[in-house]
Design a protein. Structure first.
Length: 160
């Protein structure tokens, strides 16, 4: 059970950080994407803070919110890619909610403790839902977003 829970939280955070985690930017002024580009730049420090072996799981709701916001703000040339990424995030969000898992529960779950109200059978079913995060469709979408962020916004998502 602990492996499933850890995999869930790490996969969600890995998806976020793989897409936005390194958000390095240069001084280039964004020539397109306006609010979207600014949002990418603004979220830089937040997503960088999730890198590492011990991310702050209390920020998971904020990860979800920021990813949804970026998806909503995405320009048309990457909106389909963001939709793919946002759908994967929403799948995990819904699976956690269906299992009765709240962000506050994640620390206990990582320790192998099952908080009251968590449906163990639904928690165990999270593993297959995580497969969507590692699929080529999500990876391709993330690569397209990364390429667009650099060319349109001057934000290098692959920089450390």
């Amino acid at each position: 059970m602990r492996l499933i829970t850890s995999a869930t939280t790490v996969a969600v955070l890995a998806l976020a950080t793989a897409s936005l985690g390194a958000c390095g930017s240069d001084d280039k002024t964004a020539s397109s994407g306006g609010d979207y580009c600014q949002e990418l730049k603004t979220d830089k420090a937040f997503f960088q803070s999730l890198n590492g072996g011990d991310p702050d799981l209390s920020k998971l709701d904020t990860v979800f919110d920021k990813m949804h916001s970026l998806a909503a703000a995405a320009p048309s040339d990457v909106s389909a890619d963001w939709k793919t990424l946002d759908t994967a995030i929403t799948t995990i969000e819904k699976a956690l909610a269906d299992a009765g898992v709240k962000v506050d529960d994640l620390a206990a779950l990582q320790k192998g403790e099952v908080p009251d109200g968590v449906d163990v059978s639904k928690l165990a079913a999270l593993g297959p839902k995580l497969q969507a995060l590692g699929g080529s469709e999500v990876n391709d979408a993330a690569a397209n977003i990364e390429k667009n962020a650099k060319s349109a916004c001057g934000v290098d998502l692959s920089a450390s």
